[in-house]
Design a protein around this ligand. Structure first.
Ligand code: FMN
Length: 226
């Protein structure tokens, strides 16, 4: 357990992080434990990850909030070795792409979102409110360029990326998020639309290494209490 008896006392020393890594290596972890223990892992064991497990991870990832609840994130789940090999080349040879049992290509597709606003808007809204909400969204985003919409959607998809990395760790998996790839080549390999913005490639599996020790700012370096 990472939390002590006092609800506000989180354990964050290196010693305690090491303890959490050791004690919970094969178990589910709380969000706090997962935040403390996760590291990027760039070498993977030959242990499969099932489609059912990926679906569960994506279901939980999809619980991420987004502005207007637009949920513009999309995923390609890649386990085909030939495709992973091509992606590895597009990712400048990063070996975790070819080695992990699953690679998730996560991208934002705001054009798909805009084309399906009727299914995006909350179904519990009465018809008049639903129509007004769709009109507001069309006004709000309709004046933007496709490129600007894509950039905006990617800010939302990054919220889900954070969820994915944390949830994968808490469910006992390891990940390596990557932005080091040629986006146009990656889009071509995966058949993504030209307007898509790739949020990240994420290698997913069971690690064959610990990853580098975490190095993070102290709270007082990044926060001011006023
Ligand atoms: C959006 C994103 C892109 C990243 N791109 C790469 C990458 O292309 N290659 C790589 O080896 N690591 C990549 N990283 C991993 C970071 O270097 C790593 O998260 C950071 O150093 C902190 O280490 P940790 O993940 O082990 O805590 C990326 C991380 C994020 C969140």
């Amino acid at each position: 357990m990472i939390r002590s008896d006092s609800a506000s006392a989180f354990i964050t020393t290196e010693h305690e992080i090491a303890g959490a890594r050791g004690s919970a290596s094969d178990a589910r972890r709380s969000a706090a434990e997962a935040a403390l223990t996760r590291r990027s892992v760039r070498a993977y064991r030959d242990v499969p990850v099932t489609d059912e497990e990926v679906r569960q991870l994506l279901t939980l990832t999809g619980r991420a909030p987004s502005a207007f609840n637009l949920q513009p994130w999309r995923f390609v789940v890649i386990r085909d070795q030939a495709t992973k090999d091509r992606l590895q080349a597009a990712a400048y040879g990063q070996k975790q792409v070819g080695e992990a049992p699953v690679v998730l290509a996560m991208y934002a597709d705001m054009e798909d979102t805009m084309a399906h606003l009727d299914e995006v808007v909350h179904p519990d809204l009465p018809a008049d409110k639903k129509a007004a909400t769709i009109a507001m969204l069309e006004r709000n985003f309709g004046g933007m360029t496709v490129e600007a919409r894509g950039v905006w959607a990617n800010t939302q998809a990054n919220i889900a990326l954070g969820y994915l990395l944390l949830i994968a760790e808490s469910e006992g998996f390891h990940t390596s998020p990557m932005l080091g790839f040629d986006a146009e080549t990656t889009k071509a390999i995966l058949g993504l639309p030209a307007h898509a913005t790739i949020t990240a490639l994420v290698a997913l599996g069971h690690g064959a290494e610990d990853g580098f020790r975490s190095h993070r700012h102290e709270v007082d370096r990044v926060a001011r209490f006023v």
